[in-house]
Design a protein around this ligand. Structure first.
Ligand SMILES: [Zn+2]
Length: 215
């Protein structure tokens, strides 16, 4: 029973790991959080950012949504949760980096190729998935694939390219990129191997994160 496991898990965490973090957390409470990074990842339950990156409380401001999509900047009276998280991270927390982290076997990217029924139960999902449409179009235009799985992997990577583009529609992101106070990165996480590739915009390819060079 999952709830029972979670309750046990919290007990174990408080006994084993928490003591080493306690002082740091007290400081984070007293002086506030100052994460240097906004991490945008999928809601997929198999994605565990802190676990695979070894990050600690206070390191990363994390936005998770279906497909790790970045909605384009749009000011109206609707409730834009993802946009609010991006704005807050940039304008208030003043993060230095934004990472859009896509992943293999992403259900959101795969469902771009499936018919989503027009029912009230999925009305928001259907609209939200439009944010992956450009990735699908680019994928279909550029290549012939041997298997559907290959096509999905390519779609997942193309989506990262377009989500990074959408980040540029946020005025503050654009401004801070120009003054080099902010950097944006595209990462691709492979669930089966836990390996991460990064997007190199210089030659428009994904490369192992171990080859990333710091400027
Ligand atoms: Zn996903």
């Amino acid at each position: 029973m999952i709830l029972k496991e979670l309750i046990k898990g919290n007990e174990k965490f408080r006994e084993v790991d928490f003591p080493a973090l306690e002082d740091e957390l007290k400081d984070l409470v007293e002086y506030g959080q100052k994460p240097e990074l906004l991490f945008i990842s999928c809601s997929d339950s198999r994605i565990t950012p802190d676990l695979v990156l070894g990050s600690k409380p206070g390191d990363m401001f994390i936005l998770r949504n279906v497909g790790n999509f970045v909605p384009p900047y749009k000011h109206d009276e609707d409730f834009h949760g993802s946009a609010a998280a991006i704005e807050y991270a940039v304008a208030v927390l003043k993060v230095k980096h934004i990472i859009v982290c896509g992943h293999s076997y992403c259900g959101a990217c795969q469902s771009l190729y499936e018919d989503i029924p027009d029912t009230k139960s999925l009305i928001h999902v259907k609209t939200w998935l439009k944010l992956g449409e450009k990735a699908k179009q680019k994928t279909l235009k550029n290549k012939k694939f041997n298997t559907k799985e290959e096509m999905y992997r390519e779609t997942e990577k193309n989506s990262i390219r377009f989500q990074l583009e959408n980040l540029l529609t946020y005025p503050d992101v654009n401004k801070l990129l120009n003054t080099k106070e902010l950097k944006i990165h595209g990462w691709y996480y492979d669930i089966k191997s836990a390996k991460i590739d990064y997007y190199d915009s210089q030659d428009d390819t994904f490369k192992p994160l171990s080859e990333y060079t710091y400027e």
